[in-house]
Design a protein around this ligand. Structure first.
Ligand code: SAM
Length: 444
């Protein structure tokens, strides 16, 4: 553990969820923490190692329940992506984003610490923030995972419009990426970005299809790679000063015979190596992600508005194309993606379309009922044409289970009570392919 640490009031206490959306400071020795949490499964199928879970409740409580009660997390979490409230001191329609700083810090520390033992060997943890708490969050992440687990901070261009009233028109968020195994080991299991097809062209009508090209040279002087190359126009070339040809003469002649060498400038230019799609190495991701590739907050809002035209749009959704890139880099099909600040459900929706397993927790029952649940139902039904549906060739399928977890402290009221949510689900089951236990279905 690092000798340098961030300190804050009540750091030695635990911050636990209480009824509603509040929190309570609790001594780690408080005997109430030993009481098992109450939870109800609101859908019919068994929670086993293959299911996807939409959990209604505080993320820390949900992790507590899932670790002790089911096999859902067995095999380990491969990716954690969280987009928590940034603590901007603004209150959005769907959630309050104004915590006292010590509370926000403990809230984050406790939830990251609970995730840590649940990670698989090659896991990574991506924490999406803006500048409000970014530097303090990095100190917490160093404390929980170790400084050596830091991989990168990804700057995401969240908007393309300018705010002319501000000192700086901030148009980015930052995603902190940590891998407990360390960046060098994690690198060997993460996925590279797929090269754009647009880079592949077929300039010589090669029957093997389009290709990309690279200079046929390598750095440094290697004797066996210094020889004459004759261009198509008859010009005799030697490697540039301080460089060698990319391969020995023998390999070069084989490549030439195989029509893998391209002479640009009408046959007069320096040789280039042709590479077909299957021969291309992917691209190492940059740390700056532009809106063209990964979308903006407004793109995400437009997608949600097309799904829920009758609702006031969710305030802070992230675009599916951003999550597609995160999930592509950090996981393979079938692996488990976890998000404990679910919001409108972007992480779960994209993980589902990309054929990953997922667990998502959201504390606000209204957000679940209005956005998360119907959005995921549309993904399963194949009736959401937006976001990454086309890019992932998603046509519908799969399923998920719904779990309600009550906090240990305080009491739940109104829509947050499991009975109220059950009634709502029963109504929904009449029109959608939700699989509820028998009595819930007939109770409606
Ligand atoms: C920034 S939003 C997430 C947006 C999401 N990434 C999306 O694309 O829609 C944060 C969400 O975390 C939820 N939340 C806040 N505290 C929570 C907690 N302790 N446990 C679970 N969810 C929480 C809020 O209700 C809010 O919906």
């Amino acid at each position: 553990m690092s000798h340098i640490q961030l300190v804050w009031p009540n750091k030695d206490l635990s911050l636990r969820a209480s009824g509603g959306t509040g929190y309570e400071w609790v001594q780690p020795t408080d005997s109430r923490l030993l009481k098992p949490l109450k939870f109800k499964q609101l859908t019919a199928r068994q929670l086993n190692a293959r299911v996807n879970v939409l959990a209604i409740g505080d993320g820390l409580d949900v992790l507590d329940v899932l670790t002790t009660q089911t096999a859902v997390l067995n095999g380990g979490i491969r990716l954690v992506y969280i987009d928590p409230p940034f603590n901007t001191q603004v209150n959005f329609r769907q959630y309050n984003d104004s915590m006292l700083r010590p509370m926000w810090l403990s809230m984050m520390r406790d939830r990251l610490a609970a995730l840590r033992p649940l990670l698989s060997e090659n896991a990574s943890v991506w924490v999406h923030l803006d500048d409000t708490e970014l530097h303090r969050a990095r100190a917490i992440l160093d404390e929980v995972f170790g400084e050596n687990a830091f991989v990168a901070s990804v700057v995401w261009q969240k908007k393309t419009t300018r705010d002319s009233r501000a000192a700086f028109s901030s148009n980015h968020d930052t995603i902190l990426v940590y891998a407990p195994s360390g960046p060098q080991k994690w690198k060997t299991s993460r996925n590279l970005l797929v090269k754009e097809d647009a880079l592949l062209r077929n300039r010589d009508d090669d029957p093997r299809g389009p290709w990309a090209d690279a200079p046929f040279t390598a750095p440094g002087y290697r004797k066996a790679q210094q020889y004459d190359i004759v261009t198509q126009t008859g010009q005799i070339l030697r490697p540039p000063k301080g460089r060698s040809w990319y391969a020995t003469e023998r390999t070069y002649l084989d490549l030439l015979a195989d029509e893998r060498i391209w002479f640009p400038k009408g046959g007069d230019g320096s040789p280039r190596l042709k590479m077909f799609a299957h021969q291309l190495r992917g691209l190492v991701p940059f740390t700056v992600w532009g809106a063209t590739d990964t979308g903006t907050n407004d793109d995400a809002k437009r997608h949600l508005m097309s799904m829920f035209p009758e609702l006031e749009v969710f305030a802070t959704p992230k675009p599916e194309s951003l999550l597609e890139r995160v999930i592509h880099i950090a996981t393979n099909p079938g692996e488990l993606v976890v998000d404990i600040f679910g919001g409108s459900g972007t992480t779960a929706a994209v993980a589902h379309k990309m054929r990953r397993r997922w667990v998502v927790a959201e504390r606000n029952a209204h957000t679940v009922i209005d956005f998360l649940l119907p959005r995921l139902q549309q993904v399963v039904d194949g009736s959401d044409p937006g976001g990454v549906t086309e890019a992932t060739s998603w046509v519908g399928g799969g399923s998920f289970e719904i779990l309600h977890v009550s906090p240990r402290f305080g009491t739940l009221t109104g829509m947050c009570r499991p009975e109220a949510i059950k009634q709502h689900l029963a109504k929904l089951a009449e029109t959608r392919s939700l699989s509820l236990p028998r009595k819930e279905r007939s109770a409606a």
